[in-house]
Design a protein around this ligand. Structure first.
Ligand code: 1VU
Ligand SMILES: O=CC(=O)O
Ligand code: MG
Length: 365
């Protein structure tokens, strides 16, 4: 929270008549944020049939939309949001997000002033790219409040920042705490690599050159030395996760550009899930199933978590389960998983069936 504001001011609307800022960001399932270009007729035609089977549909207006198509993308999104039932709004199974153009571009102002009055009641989250510091969020915060007041909206639109500049990473904590509207952060590995002058040419994922090699074997100079590829994104994701957890908002992996490499995509998503991310981007329809699988706790994990919950009784003390010590802290980890499973089961009947079929033996040994 900026020191110049009192805690009470922080939760006052930034424009007369704007909705009250949220004190909590709801934990809505958002395993896959599926990107589409609303100016691409083939992609746009697929959107209505995707509603209900993906947690978030995001109309992308920024990078990957040609400059000549910026207005068509914006208008295409207005049409899709207006004509598609079950998409966006507090009770919809599939949320509607947009990624607007960067704040220094010729399009960002028109993106916001066109979309909020036209479809603000359906827009759940606005993703802001290339956020550098709290000042970018403050600008969007005030403008959204003015537009919401003018449009008579009764629910604040949330804001999500992409972490894709070196300065943004340096300022990650202040970005997360810049507004009560902040919903979360995504990693933007492609722009971040360019901004940092990393010597890579990929969109997310690992790199075979970024490795650690096993020490040489004594007196066997020709012996094979194993190499272990390292994760280029570990540092940034870990910083994002801590900043988001500190501020009660949600971290996400970003794009994985090698659409054909579904195995490495799944691995990268799983690393992010294990580190604390709640979801990721999907660039192609086939990445949705990967994201849904990875960001839903497995039946094995939920079986174990429920056994720990049952064995821990009132939640204090220490017990042995399968030869391992469990106590208050491991219980808390299990509760994170169990709560996530409950949220997902509420919107995903197939997962609910799998989780409901679990029967547990609650005996500690
Ligand atoms: C790097 C930093 C970033 O900013 S990443 C975020 C910005 N980039 C994006 O949003 C990219 C979104 N995805 C795409 O543009 C396409 O999926 C790309 C990667 C170009 C591949 O398209 P294409 O060669 O058509 O794939 P395909 O032939 O396998 O497509 C099969 C059918 O599915 C469709 N499709 C493709 N992508 C999407 C999508 N994201 N959403 C909805 N539909 C999609 C294609 O149009 C194609 O349809 P059809 O079967 O021909 O009718
Ligand atoms: O916008 C995403 C990125 O990787 O850049
Ligand atoms: Mg980017």
């Amino acid at each position: 929270m900026p020191s110049s504001k009192s805690p009470k001011d922080f939760f006052r609307p930034l424009a007369v008549g704007a909705p009250t800022p949220p004190t909590e960001i709801p934990a809505r399932p958002s395993r896959a944020i599926h990107f589409f270009d609303p100016s691409n007729e083939k992609m746009a035609a697929k959107i209505p049939q995707m509603v209900g089977s993906v947690d978030v549909l995001l109309g992308n207006l920024e990078d990957a939309v040609k400059a000549d198509n910026k207005e068509a993308a914006r208008e295409g999104l207005v049409t899709i949001a207006s004509e598609t039932d079950g998409l966006g709004g507090p009770d919809a199974k599939t949320q509607l997000w947009t990624r607007v153009n960067s704040l220094d571009s010729p399009w960002a102002l028109d993106d916001l002033t066109r979309l909020v009055p036209a479809i603000g009641h359906k827009l759940d989250v606005i993703m802001v790219p290339k956020v550098q510091g709290a000042e970018d969020i403050h600008y969007v915060d005030r403008l959204l409040a003015q537009l919401e007041a003018k449009a008579g909206l009764d629910r604040p639109i949330l804001v999500h920042a992409i972490l894709e500049t070196a300065r943004g990473v340096a300022n990650v904590e202040e970005i997360c705490g810049a507004s009560p509207r902040m919903q979360g952060l995504s990693l933007g590995p492609a722009d971040l690599a360019a901004d940092r002058r990393m010597k890579t040419t990929r969109v997310g994922g690992g790199h075979p050159g970024y490795l650690v090699r096993q020490d040489p074997v004594a007196e066997q100079p020709d012996a094979h030395r194993a190499i272990f590829q390292q994760d280029l994104w570990h540092y940034t994701i870990a910083r994002m996760v801590d900043a988001c957890a500190t501020h009660g908002i949600y971290p996400y992996y970003g794009p994985f550009g090698d659409i054909a490499d579904v195995v490495a995509c799944e691995d990268q998503f799983r690393n992010a899930f294990l580190l604390g991310c709640v979801g990721t981007w999907s660039l192609h329809p086939k990445q949705i199933a990967i994201a849904n699988k990875v960001f839903s706790p497995s039946v094995e994990d939920i079986t174990h978590a429920r056994r720990v919950v049952a064995a821990m009784g009132d939640g204090t003390g220490a017990v042995m389960l399968d030869g391992k010590m469990e106590d208050d802290a491991s219980l808390k980890q299990c509760l994170v998983m169990v709560e996530l499973a409950e949220q997902l089961a509420a919107i995903d009947p197939e997962l609910k069936k799998q989780y409901d079929a679990i029967s547990i033996d609650s005996e500690a040994n």
